[in-house]
Design a binder for this molecule. Structure first.
Ligand code: SF4
Ligand code: SF4
Length: 167
């Protein structure tokens, strides 16, 4: 597959925190990844959080990336590789996720919510929990409702096409 046909090169949303919040690293890979990637180690398991520090429009350590990164194949990629989806359809789905994500980020900024999560996908769960807790104390504002609608809509999209869920 050449670069023009590689949808992952036009995507990267499984590295930048849009879909996934962390990657697990096997203990057997700890020494190989030393100096390549910052991995939190605990007993026999390691992980690193997204957005991945090695993602800069594409993976900058592609040949050395952890095993788990190479194993992840979203539904869009699988359909594309099987010939069930063409390049244009695949990139259109990816673009629609990115567009919805930007819309949600704009709403989050406008609401000035104090969120602790680093990655976009963990923020989605955090917002849902925050609003659920606040709902018992205050009447939800219209913008909160709109934001939750957008988050639920995006969650439906990523479940359908990428096989992941925020909640
Ligand atoms: S595996 Fe899927 S989500 Fe990840 S970069 Fe490729 S197309 Fe995008
Ligand atoms: S190491 Fe590369 S493939 Fe793995 S999450 Fe980071 S940028 Fe993505």
């Amino acid at each position: 597959m050449n670069d023009e046909e590689n949808i992952c090169l036009a995507c990267g949303i499984c590295c930048d925190g849009t879909l996934i919040g962390f990657v697990e690293v096997e203990a057997a890979e700890f020494s190989r990844l030393k100096g390549v990637l910052e991995v939190e180690e605990s007993d026999q398991i390691g992980f690193f959080l997204h957005p991945c520090e090695k993602f800069c429009e594409k993976c900058t350590i592609y040949d050395q990336r952890p095993k788990q990164c190479g194993l992840f194949e979203c539904k869009v990629l699988k359909s594309y590789e099987k010939g069930e989806m063409d390049f244009k359809s695949a990139t259109t789905i990816i673009e629609s996720v990115i567009e919805k994500k930007i819309g949600i980020q704009n709403k989050l900024r406008a609401l000035d919510l104090k969120l602790k999560s680093g990655s976009f996908c963990f923020k989605m769960m955090e917002v849902k929990n925050l609003f659920a807790a606040e709902n018992t104390k205050i009447v939800r504002k219209e913008m909160h409702k709109e934001l939750m609608f957008d988050i639920e809509e995006l969650n439906g999209l990523v479940m359908k096409y990428f096989g992941v869920s925020y909640f």
